[in-house]
Design a protein around this ligand. Structure first.
Ligand SMILES: Nc1ncnc2c1ncn2[C@@H]1O[C@H](COP(=O)(O)OP(=O)(O)OP(=O)(O)O)[C@@H](O)[C@H]1O
Ligand SMILES: [Mg+2]
Length: 511
């Protein structure tokens, strides 16, 4: 039996090196039973690496771990799981084609006497497990028919229903809607009541303050602060993360992109009208003026991503047209849109985003190359200059411009992608969840960069599941529901609450 007073998990003096990087430098951490512990730090600070050591993915080069007072050494993630350490990442170990119930009970499905699956009992048990965490879904549906958020909830319920003692969550809410975040928090509270400990990694500081007890701040692989989170105010937390004096940290504003541009008089840089695609978009019109940031509000599946894709010529349409600086684009032609200066930062970055085997430099230069080449000649020095500028301004943490992107931390990969599109000097920038996984310091830099581009007449379309970011970052928010525009908010009407009520008050009905 563990010592009642002692910590449940004890990490001491852990060191982890990669070629050229000391990712963890003598990191120690104690986790009390039932404690929810925040792990914070800027992109590349070592959070994911520490979590991979704790969950048995990496062996530490030095240092030890103890679980409930006993030495813990894991040869792999499976061993860590057997010891009761569960990691929740998106889509881990789940089978999209199988039902929710089957996924939840995979490997321990109830069977009848001769080994056949007891489907009735499986559905009942799965329903009970989910209900006990406040998750309400039809367990017979195939997992892939549900939104990413719900899938993540199932992964979470699965992880915690198998006798977990420590549950580790690395940016669990990055693709969740506000309502799903509440459900997740409900799960975390229930875990805490059962004396299960949680390590929680997130760049959304407001979330941390709502559910975490203790905090560890990492900077460059080293622990720079440890203690109760309630005793550390937000400004000081950010200053510790970034290693800058409190006075230098801009209060608020860290989620702001732009806003406050007096754009009302100018003609739109992009005008999309009557965008229609059966079952997806129903007569959607949006106009963006130079220097303006227009947000798209709405729930998952409301048609936000599709609207951005339609403007970028990346979605076949049944009707509607897109005009850039007065010139109509050929419908459904992504090439025409790119030539006209439309840049889309896609939501699904694994499928459409960074190329892990290429270097940071190659990834950034990729989209800007056509612009940089004169008669087929590209000046290497010019590329170097651009790459250097963006690496510096976005604080991209890498061994150098030639490091492979696959070796960067999650947030730094995201910054590389953002740099790629900013480097094309677009007229219109369509940003689908641009700061997912990006730390607060870099968010402020992204904002400053976009402000600069806005001065040159750039128009921005912003999609974000983070309502705070959407409201603070936009001059105006167009609200979508079921593929149609149901409202527009600006000025004093532009609040998180008004966005939610606009969605709720709009009638249903699919196009
Ligand atoms: N497989 C690898 N090879 C080389 N270097 C790596 C590898 N994995 C991580 N690193 C480096 O280790 C450091 C810590 O990365 P880690 O992924 O732990 O950061 P993080 O705190 O999770 O950041 P983020 O907020 O961006 O997710 C970074 O400098 C990263 O480039
Ligand atoms: Mg990470």
């Amino acid at each position: 039996m563990p010592d009642e007073e002692g910590p449940l998990l004890e990490v001491s003096g852990v060191v982890k090196r990669f070629t050229g990087v000391l990712a963890l430098d003598r990191v120690s951490l104690e986790l009390a039973p039932g404690e929810v512990h925040a792990l914070v730090g800027e992109n590349g600070a070592g959070k994911s690496t520490l979590i991979k050591v704790i969950t048995g993915v990496y062996r530490p080069d030095e240092g030890t771990m103890r679980l409930a007072g006993r030495p813990a050494e894991f040869a792999g993630p499976l061993e860590a799981q057997r010891a009761g350490i569960q990691a929740v990442h998106q889509e881990i170990g789940l089978v999209p084609a199988l039902s929710v119930a089957r996924n939840l009970l995979l490997g321990r499905e109830p069977r009848r006497r001769f080994g056949t699956l007891d489907v009735g009992r499986m559905h009942r048990e799965a329903g009970e497990i989910l209900a006990s965490y406040g998750i309400d879904v039809d367990v017979r549906r195939p997992l892939r028919s549900l939104g990413v958020g719900v899938q993540q909830m199932v992964a979470l319920a699965r992880a915690v229903s198998v006798d977990a003692r420590v549950v580790v969550m690395d940016e669990p809410t990055s693709s969740l809607e506000p309502r799903e975040v509440e459900t997740l928090f409900g799960v975390v509270r229930r875990l805490r009541e059962r004396a299960v400990s949680v390590i929680y990694v997130s760049h959304r500081l407001d979330e941390l303050y709502r559910i975490c007890d203790g905090v560890t701040v990492l900077r460059d692989g080293r622990v720079v602060h440890q203690g109760p989170l309630a005793e550390l105010d937000r400004l000081r937390l950010v200053s510790l993360m970034l290693g800058r004096p409190v006075a230098d940290v801009r209060q608020g504003g860290v989620t702001r992109f732009s806003g406050g541009h007096d754009a009302a008089r100018e003609t739109p840089v992009v005008e999309a009208s009557g965008l229609t695609r059966r079952h997806v978009l129903d007569d959607v019109s949006v106009a963006i003026r130079p220097g303006e940031v227009v947000g798209l509000g709405g729930l998952l599946g409301a048609g936000r991503t599709e609207t951005a894709k339609a403007i970028a010529g990346a979605l076949p349409l049944d009707g509607g047209r897109v005009t850039v600086a007065g010139t109509p684009l050929r419908r459904g032609s992504a090439a025409a849109a790119i030539r006209a200066g439309v840049a889309l930062l896609p939501e699904d970055r694994k499928a459409e985003g960074v190329i892990g085997t290429l270097s940071v430099r190659e990834n950034i230069a990729l989209a800007a190359l056509p612009r940089l080449s004169r008669a087929g000649l590209v000046s290497e020095a010019r590329i170097d200059r651009i790459v250097d500028t963006f690496m510096r301004r976005l604080r991209i943490k890498a061994a150098g411009p030639h490091q492979r992107v696959a070796e960067l931390s999650g947030g730094n990969q995201q910054k590389v992608l953002l740099a790629r599109w900013l480097a094309t000097e677009p007229k219109i920038l369509l940003l689908d969840e641009p700061t997912r996984g990006i730390d607060v310091g870099a968010k402020a830099e992204v904002q400053a960069l976009i402000d600069e581009l806005a001065e040159d007449g750039l128009g921005v379309l912003l999609i974000s599941a983070d309502l705070e970011e959407l409201v603070e970052g936009s001059d105006r928010v167009v609200v979508l529901k079921d593929g149609a525009v149901v409202g527009e908010l600006s000025g004093g009407d532009l609040t998180e609450e008004r966005v939610m009520t606009t969605i709720a008050d709009a009638g249903g009905g699919t196009p």
